[in-house]
Design a protein around this ligand. Structure first.
Ligand SMILES: N[C@@H](CCC(=O)N[C@@H](CS)C(=O)NCC(=O)O)C(=O)O
Length: 225
């Protein structure tokens, strides 16, 4: 199969970038990766990124942005769609992809909460979100035995929780046994294992230590992390 020249413009710890990285590996698509420093956005990046965000996918001379769109494109240019064929089922999968982005936004609040009260509020919100996911999950993957796009979207969410688990048990998945099974199945998937560097959790914890949030205070006061 021949493809256009694909270049994923990335940032090392970005969960949205990781979605596209998983798709590229899952579907065995030749590509190049370019890492940028989001704290120091270079002019070439500003010129091609309408939102100033990663990921971007350069497709020959064209540029795509927004991770969910990039993932759908990568799925469509390769055989064997990771979306259901039935339009209603496909639409349902897309709604859960959107929900995954919503979870990431709450996670950013959890990561950056300035005090215990707002941290607890975000923790509760995350538990509510995963209770919704629990009701729609089949397992071992989102829709059962077949890996789908929704799986690629949620894997980076769970990778962030690997870092949070190293700090303490925040009990977010205590009441969602199916989500726990799903998380484990994703962790064992080769494309997902290859998408994350071995020191991903360590890097994430290092980033967290540089913040001034309630969670970073918890990391700094935990001698085992
Ligand atoms: N909705 C976007 C979100 C991407 C996003 O928020 N990327 C972050 C890094 S994880 C970013 O580039 N932030 C840079 C900035 O906001 O200046 C997507 O799904 O691609």
């Amino acid at each position: 199969m021949s493809y256009a020249h694909l270049e994923l413009v990335s940032y090392y710890l970005c969960p949205y970038v990781q979605r596209a990285a998983i798709l590229l590996l899952e579907k065995n698509i030749p590509h190049q990766k370019t890492y940028i420093d989001l704290a120091n956005k270079l002019e070439w990046f500003r010129q091609i990124s309408p939102l100033g965000k990663v990921p971007l996918l350069k497709v020959d001379t064209e540029v795509l942005f927004e991770s969910a769109v990039i993932c759908e494109y990568l799925d469509e240019i390769t055989p064997g769609s990771l979306h259901p064929l039935d339009p209603l089922e496909k639409a349902k999968h897309r709604t859960w992809i959107e929900f995954g982005s919503n979870i990431l936004a709450v996670m950013a609040g959890f990561f950056n909460a300035p005090n215990e009260e707002s941290f607890e509020q975000k923790r509760q919100e995350l538990m509510e979100k995963f209770a919704w996911v629990e009701r729609s999950l089949v397992t071992p993957y989102f829709a059962g035995e077949s890996f789908s796009l929704v799986d690629a979207i949620y894997a980076p969410i769970f990778s962030y929780f690997d870092a949070f688990d190293a700090i303490a048990d925040f009990g977010i998945f205590t009441d969602t046994p199916k989500v726990r099974i799903w998380r484990q199945a994703l962790k064992e998937r080769p494309s997902i294992q290859s998408a994350f560097a071995e020191d991903y959790t360590h890097q994430l914890l290092t980033l967290l230590k540089q913040r001034t949030s309630y969670l970073s205070m918890l990391v700094l006061s935990n001698p085992t992390v």
